[in-house]
Design a protein around this ligand. Structure first.
Ligand code: NAD
Length: 452
């Protein structure tokens, strides 16, 4: 086991920091500290927990620029995107703080007395985060868990622990109790596994690949541990002939190139009605070319590098020699894990048309009619998100109901808002994050009968 993680700037390949890893013994000590802090935290009045979480949000807000810069360094995100991500953490902390004050139980009159229902915190929650959106995804788990009265142990991805460590410092500065929100950097198979297997951890929130998610689910099942899984996607972007084609083509690049395609909601399968296929491709090409890749610190940059050389190799494997490339963007040469925006003419059954690529690559598949579009959209083991573009409200409703996915958008590519539930059907996950129910996902329901 390495003792340190080298943190590499993916745009320059320079080492920007080294971070000590957390051993299984240190995980055990962290769980004990968290459990002690959680008891005190849960005993606070909800309004006091809310006040401290708002102060945490204000501290994040005061350091928005430096957090964004850190995300740029460790993940290569363009500065504007990284700033939005830090703002998302702040907003979510405020939203969760409001939820802490609104978390109520119920009273149910029954024969012979009254049933009173409470929402009790779970205890210590482990959040295992990926590298693609290091800050927001950590906060989607941590903020509601804290608001509901739990302690949080966050295991960031190997490549991106810096923003997580900084958030933990801001939490302390804001007055959250020592030990309540700890960040444990390290390898998944060592530090992550020790957390998942620790009997003192009541729930695991995991975001990452479906393969790792299944492994973690099996480990949790062995201890009847609570679990939320946010896994991969292969989301469709369905463009009907009656759509505003200009708008659909203008929005399409962002839907699979934002975050260099390293987005579980990436609309990496573009399904276009055959009658408008050629016109749509004509419109798409300049829009993809305009999605500039380059220095993440440059305000004109829309797309940064991939996270690592290994991720670039993986993406390359989906575009072998002779692949049917329809559109190709430009990417910087030299240092950095760059890969150009790429649109492939899809052939159903091709690896690129069915597997999650997690890079700036989309496939275009033509369809004939509404039924064909729905069939193609559902021809995947995943079910996270998707978009449909049409001017027909009836069709929008029919197709939205027929596509098996947790988060769909009509005439838009919006996927995630902290006010609304987010999560997947099928192999894309179990449970929901965000939205009004996020807090209750971090509670046990307790019913008390009072004999009257
Ligand atoms: P991963 O699923 O292996 O890792 C995600 C997190 O889980 C990391 O923090 C990792 O350290 C941890 N982890 C790994 N093995 C673990 C274990 N046995 N026990 C506990 N924790 C463990 O993802 P990856 O290797 O970083 O990326 C591989 C692929 O996964 C990507 O190419 C992409 O397709 C997919 N992915 C999807 C998402 C998403 O949001 N859906 C995010 C990241 C990666």
């Amino acid at each position: 086991m390495p003792h340190e993680l080298d943190i590499i700037n993916p745009a320059t390949e320079e080492t920007v920091a080294t971070v000590p890893v957390t051993s299984p013994e240190e995980v055990d000590a962290a769980v004990r500290r968290a459990a002690a802090a959680q008891e005190k935290w849960a005993a606070l009045a909800p309004a006091d927990r809310a006040r401290l979480l708002r102060r945490f949000a204000d501290t994040v807000d005061a350091h928005l620029d430096s957090l964004a810069h850190l995300e740029l360094l460790e993940a290569g995100h363009p500065l504007a995107n990284a700033t939005w991500e830090a703002g998302n953490v702040r907003d979510l902390l405020h939203y969760a703080a409001g939820g802490a004050e609104r978390l109520t139980g119920s009273q149910i009159p029954v024969a012979g007395g009254l049933d009173v229902t409470f929402r009790e915190p779970l205890g210590v929650v482990a959040v295992i985060a990926p590298w693609n959106f290091p800050m927001p995804i950590a906060a989607w788990g941590a903020a509601p868990a804290l608001a509901a009265g739990n302690a949080v142990l966050l295991k960031p991805a190997e490549t991106t622990p810096l923003t997580a460590l900084r958030l933990a410092r801001h939490a302390l500065d804001a007055g959250l109790p020592e030990g309540l929100f700890q960040v444990l950097p390290g390898e998944g198979k060592v530090t992550g596994a020790a957390l998942v297997d620790h009997p003192g951890v009541a729930k695991v929130v995991f975001t990452g690949s479906t393969a790792t998610g299944r492994h973690i689910a099996a480990r949790c099942a062995a201890q009847t541990k609570r679990l939320t899984l946010e896994l991969g996607g292969k989301s469709p972007n369905i463009v009907f002939a009656d759509a505003d084609l200009e708008a659909a083509a203008a929005a399409a690049p962002g839907s699979f190139l934002d975050n260099t395609g390293q987005d579980c909601c990436a609309r990496s399968r573009i399904l276009v009605q055959r009658s408008v296929h050629d016109r749509f491709m004509e419109l798409l090409e300049p829009a993809v070319q305009a999605f500039t890749a380059g220095d993440p610190a440059d305000p004109d940059t829309r797309m940064g590098p991939l996270i690592s050389a290994a991720q670039r190799d993986r993406v390359r494997s989906y575009v072998p020699e002779g692949a049917p490339v329809a559109i190709r963007g430009e990417a910087p040469e030299g240092k950095g894990f760059w890969y150009p925006a790429t649109v492939l003419e899809g052939r159903p059954g091709d690896r690129a048309a069915v597997e999650e690529i997690f890079g700036p690559v989309a496939v275009v598949l033509p369809f004939d009619d509404e039924a064909d579009a729905v069939r193609l959209a559902n021809a995947t083991d995943y079910g996270l998100s998707g978009s449909l573009w049409t001017r027909d409200i009836g069709r929008a409703l029919r197709v939205s109901r027929a596509v098996a996915a947790g988060n769909l958008s009509v005439n838009s590519h919006a996927s995630v808002r902290y006010q609304t539930p987010f999560g997947g059907f099928k192999q894309s996950g179990i449970g929901r994050e965000l939205g009004p129910e996020a807090l209750t996902a971090f509670t046990e329901t307790k019913n008390v009968f009072i004999n009257a």
